[in-house]
Write a protein that binds this ligand. Structure first.
Ligand SMILES: [Zn+2]
Length: 158
């Protein structure tokens, strides 16, 4: 199982939905289905899901953010699924859609848009400085992918 999240197709933004917690509760109850649009009232009414923070510190931090996300994007096209369901990574060399996606939680700053929004990077040199400043394991996946590096360079040169 990969990362499960709620994604707004209009804003190209997404947020972690709580991994196994979401899987066990919302999927098991049939409230959400992977790869399908969601009913916000149904998710907001799933009180068991929202109580996840009572037993887990990380859910106590995450779930209020999820709620804000759902409320903020309630009139938009929302999808539930793995990050692979929508393009947050390079799918082919010509596909540049992944660069505009934003993880609203801001935990792993990876895409050019995240570098711009969270770190204020406006050119390639700033991105490179940020990436080189990180430990190898914390560098974005695209750093070792030549076509993706070229895409990011082009993104900041246009
Ligand atoms: Zn939206």
């Amino acid at each position: 199982m990969n990362d499960l999240c709620f994604a707004c197709l209009d804003c190209k933004a997404y947020i972690d939905s709580g991994y196994r917690w979401c899987y066990w509760i919302l999927e098991d109850l049939g409230i959400v289905k992977q790869g399908q649009s969601i009913s916000i009232p149904a998710v907001l009414a799933a009180t068991v899901y929202w109580r996840g923070g009572e037993d887990a510190e990380w859910l106590a931090v995450l779930l209020p953010k999820v709620k804000v996300f759902l409320e903020h994007h309630q009139d938009h096209a929302l999808l539930y699924g793995e990050t692979l369901t929508f393009p947050v990574m390079l799918e082919d060399d010509a596909d540049t859609r992944w660069m505009e996606w934003l993880d609203e939680e801001g935990t792993s700053i990876t895409t050019p848009r995240e570098f711009r929004v969270f770190l204020g990077c406006t050119n390639w040199d700033q991105i490179m400085a940020q990436v080189l400043n990180r430990q190898q394991k914390d560098r974005p996946w695209w750093w070792s992918d030549t076509p993706a590096v070229k895409q990011v360079q082009a993104y900041f040169q246009s």
